[in-house]
Design a protein around this ligand. Structure first.
Ligand code: HEC
Ligand code: HEC
Ligand code: HEC
Ligand code: HEC
Ligand code: HEC
Ligand code: HEC
Ligand code: HEC
Length: 245
């Protein structure tokens, strides 16, 4: 669980009618959506929290968890801006439930979602069978594809690739926000040392340590591993195999 609470948005005067009521006019969405986390989990939670929303109708799982109760929208014959919430314009509908995610977007370094310069659905497909698909799901390569839509420079092909990229951008970046600049998951050399263990041993003087084949003791005093003059082209390089430039 990711700490989501169940507080669907409201449409004054409307009540919940259930997914099947949307089917006739929005057939494709209803079909693809059946397998998604939102379709499944709200149904389960309704059963455990029986009656929680009974005054607004009993069947609020699925479509209406994000779009609000749909009865007035349907009575009006549907239409844009007609008694229905569109969270594509305002992520508040998502963040009412995903309170932890709201906190991530409030961290000092974050994607400008709250500011309205981008939206959750540029990384998460709300109607697909798996809302995590574009954000990775089972295949981490997909994360890179999603990020590549806006960040070409880091995702273009390089002569000298950094193999870390194969595990996805999120091994180094938090996609929502972080206390660290550049939304890094760690701000110092530990970001790299998770995968590039330093070796000590016979013949290595105390205080010195080796990364790869190179003594790094003195180098590490100079700043982060990706500081100017070091591995500054951390996403890959077409000039230098150690990604120095
Ligand atoms: C996880 C939240 C969520 C759920 C659940 C959800 N939607 Fe959506 N829906 C959105 C968002 C976000 C947008 C705006 C998409 C965009 O701007 O690309 C949207 C847009 C729409 C639109 C307008 C599309 C357009 O042309 O602009 C329709 C119609 C729609 N949803 C119907 C449905 C139906 C029917 C269901 C249930 C099968 C459903 N939605 C379930 C979040 C959701
Ligand atoms: C009688 C047909 C009909 C039914 C039933 C219906 N809608 Fe719609 N809905 C429409 C039409 C028409 C539009 C305008 C779409 C367009 O112009 O492409 C629309 C638009 C929307 C939008 C976009 C609103 C916006 O302001 O951008 C959402 C979201 C939506 N519907 C959700 C739902 C949900 C959820 C249900 C089920 C509870 C539902 N609709 C049931 C006909 C219907
Ligand atoms: C009515 C409450 C509610 C709303 C509104 C809502 N969600 Fe969710 N969402 C949940 C719940 C509950 C789960 C499943 C339980 C969990 O993982 O916390 C979930 C699951 C998810 C997941 C998958 C998490 C995983 O680990 O698989 C994503 C991604 C997500 N929501 C994004 C969104 C986005 C984007 C929106 C708005 C377009 C949205 N949600 C709107 C309640 C909501
Ligand atoms: C820049 C792309 C991006 C945007 C924008 C984005 N997400 Fe995500 N989100 C991701 C990625 C990537 C993951 C997977 C993280 C991982 O695997 O470490 C994720 C994971 C999640 C999860 C499940 C894991 C968790 O951290 O709880 C939820 C829920 C979620 N996002 C909700 C949202 C909501 C709500 C919004 C909008 C307010 C949003 N996201 C905007 C990329 C994004
Ligand atoms: C829809 C476009 C879009 C997508 C998709 C996207 N980003 Fe971004 N990204 C932005 C914008 C806009 C900024 C803010 C740039 C600014 O403030 O000048 C940003 C900023 C960043 C920054 C900080 C750069 C800086 O100079 O501070 C990083 C790191 C980043 N994104 C990584 C990612 C990762 C990783 C993903 C995939 C999970 C991703 N982005 C997906 C649009 C996007
Ligand atoms: C091995 C760790 C690592 C991986 C994997 C990684 N990044 Fe980065 N990224 C960094 C570091 C470190 C910085 C900070 C560079 C700096 O300070 O100049 C950075 C900076 C950025 C920036 C800011 C602009 C810049 O280049 O300085 C963007 C945008 C970005 N990364 C996007 C991505 C995307 C998109 C992916 C996945 C395709 C990705 N990163 C994968 C470590 C990583
Ligand atoms: C997810 C694991 C992972 C992370 C995190 C990671 N790397 Fe890598 N890196 C690799 C792998 C795997 C290789 C290729 C095998 C090797 O040379 O060790 C590699 C190769 C390299 C190389 C080329 C080594 C050579 O001798 O050709 C450099 C330089 C490098 N990484 C620097 C960094 C820096 C700097 C960071 C932190 C910003 C970092 N790496 C974070 C996995 C990672």
């Amino acid at each position: 669980m990711t700490g989501a609470v169940v507080t669907p948005p409201d449409v004054p005067g409307a009540h919940f009618v259930g997914n099947q009521a949307c089917f006739y006019c929005h057939t494709n969405y209803v079909r693809s959506f059946a397998a998604s986390a939102h379709a499944r989990i709200h149904l389960a939670q309704l059963q455990t929290a029986a009656g929680a929303s009974s005054e607004r109708g009993s069947d609020f799982h699925g479509c209406e968890s994000c779009h609000g109760p749909g009865s007035k929208h349907i009575e009006a014959g549907g239409g844009r801006g007609r008694f229905i919430v569109n969270p594509g314009r305002n992520p508040d509908a998502c963040l009412e439930c995903h309170v932890q995610i709201r906190a991530e977007f409030a961290l000092p370094h974050h994607h400008p979602v709250i500011e309205g310069r981008m939206n959750c659905v540029q990384c998460h497909d709300p109607h697909g069978g798996d809302i995590m698909e574009r954000a990775g799901g089972l295949a981490m390569a997909r994360v890179n594809e999603t990020c590549a839509e806006c960040h070409r420079e880091q995702t273009r092909p390089f002569v000298f690739e950094h193999e870390a990229m194969r595990e996805g951008c999120t091994v180094c970046h938090n996609p929502h926000g972080s206390i660290n600049r550049m939304m890094l998951v760690q701000s110092d050399q530990n970001l790299c040392l998770r995968c590039h263990a330093q070796t000590q041993g016979p013949g290595v003087p105390p205080g010195e340590f080796i990364i790869g084949r190179t003594p790094h003791g003195a180098l590490m005093q100079m700043g982060t591993c990706w500081a100017a003059g070091c591995h500054s082209e951390v996403h890959g390089s077409s000039m230098h195999p150690r990604m120095l430039f």
